[in-house]
Design a protein around this ligand. Structure first.
Ligand code: 13P
Ligand code: SF4
Length: 377
């Protein structure tokens, strides 16, 4: 059992919604790789079953290699729900760690090694902003039952808002099931924040002609008649890592490697998804490459760390990043530096909790309802 002492804040940065943001102490900044690895392993051995490390597929190699489980955001939320360790160290971004805190028991603590790992797309739909848009959207379609669905990539207060309005959460692996769940209970869906995942899901359900877009930042970007007429309303958010992929990239790969197959994430634009052979969550992308025959060529349309992991994990498959050197890493995921991992683990060994993610109690119950609804579909 690890005993907690009050940690002294080393910074007063207040950019982030959690006020316990602590930056890496300078003594951890220049650790040599071998020393860092040894220290992480020693801390893990000392902590034993008190700690579990969950790592998203986009984490750096130096983080992934210390994780007890690596997966997509749906798998990680399931693992968090099943975890019985006292501490869940989350290699991922804030919204994932928040979800882990919501799903785990009250006596478990979730630590996000760097509190600066915040997904920009999650910030594109703030609960307050959605709340005021909701008034406008429901007024535009007064006779309709609208069910809000938020992508996992959103903050806990928005998840709570969706539950309060009869909605739920989804990830890229179950968005189609969440839409079906919603249409069993209502007439229209408001999907937030990722318009591309929303559009791709609408097409998967044969509802591509039913889309209205709601751009909260542009007075011209919302059309009340469209909202009244169409069944799927998409918030105008996006992921900059995935928006980068274009049909030209798919064409260029096919020209250079005529035998190439293309697998992309559903956060990519519709036309890129249409040009690909396979579309799916990061877990589906991993399974696709794991099942590929030796010698097959696969171009990967997602965050670059995952493309690099797949190349390393499957040396018999010819794995290529879909847009070559132009493929991006996720700036938010990159914040989880292995030096931060060494620091939070060594602090736990000393009985100090650093960078704890604790969702406000008033949001937790409803956000849990939205997540539980997802885990049940
Ligand atoms: P997955 O749910 O496919 O892991 O994706 C999470 C994510 O953030 C993709 O950008
Ligand atoms: Fe957010 Fe995009 Fe990074 Fe996923 S890849 S965490 S959606 S910024």
């Amino acid at each position: 059992m690890v005993k907690m002492e009050t940690a002294e804040l080393e910074t007063d940065l207040s950019l982030f919604k959690y006020d316990n943001l602590e930056q890496l102490p300078s003594r951890y900044r220049d650790l040599e790789v071998d020393e860092r690895t040894e220290r992480i392993e020693a801390a893990l051995a000392a902590l034993g079953d008190d700690v579990v490390i969950l790592g998203h597929n986009y984490q750096r190699r130096e983080v992934v290699e210390h994780a007890d489980f690596v997966g997509d955001s749906y798998q990680l939320s399931k693992r968090a729900a099943e975890a019985d360790a006292e501490y869940v160290i989350f290699g991922g971004v804030t919204f994932m760690a928040e979800s882990a805190d919501i799903i785990t028991d009250d006596d478990q603590t979730v630590i996000l090694p760097s509190m600066e790992a915040s997904c920009p797309m999650a910030g594109m739909a703030e609960a307050l902003q959605v709340d005021s848009a909701w008034a406008e959207i429901t007024a535009a379609a007064p006779d309709a039952d609208i069910v809000p669905i938020t992508y996992m990539n959103s903050y806990a207060d928005l998840k709570a808002f969706c539950a309060s309005q009869g909605g739920l959460v989804c990830t890229s692996s179950n968005a189609h099931r969440a839409f079906e769940w919603a249409f069993d209970r209502g007439d229209k869906v408001l999907f937030l924040p990722d318009k591309h995942l929303g559009e791709n899901t609408a097409h998967r359900l044969g509802m591509g002609g039913e889309i209205a877009t709601w751009d909260p930042w542009d007075p011209e970007g919302k059309d009340d008649d469209d909202v009244a007429e169409k069944d799927i309303i998409l918030w105008d958010g996006y992921c900059q890592v995935h928006e980068r992929f274009r049909v030209d990239h798919v064409e260029a790969i096919r020209e250079e490697h005529p035998d190439a197959n293309v697998v992309v994430h559903p956060e990519c634009r519709r036309e890129v998804v249409e040009a690909a052979d396979v579309v799916g969550s990061t877990a589906t992308i991993c399974e696709t490459i794991a099942e590929a025959d030796p010698g097959e060529t696969w171009a990967i349309g997602t965050e670059i760390h995952l493309a690099n992991h797949l190349e390393r994990w499957h040396p018999d498959v010819n794995v290529l990043p879909l847009c070559g050197d132009a493929c991006m890493d996720c700036n938010a995921m990159r914040q989880i530096d292995p030096n931060y991992l060494a620091w939070v683990l060594e602090e736990l060994v000393e009985g100090r909790e650093r960078n704890v993610i604790e969702v406000a109690p008033e949001e937790k119950e409803l956000a849990k309802l939205a997540l539980d609804r997802m885990l049940e579909i």
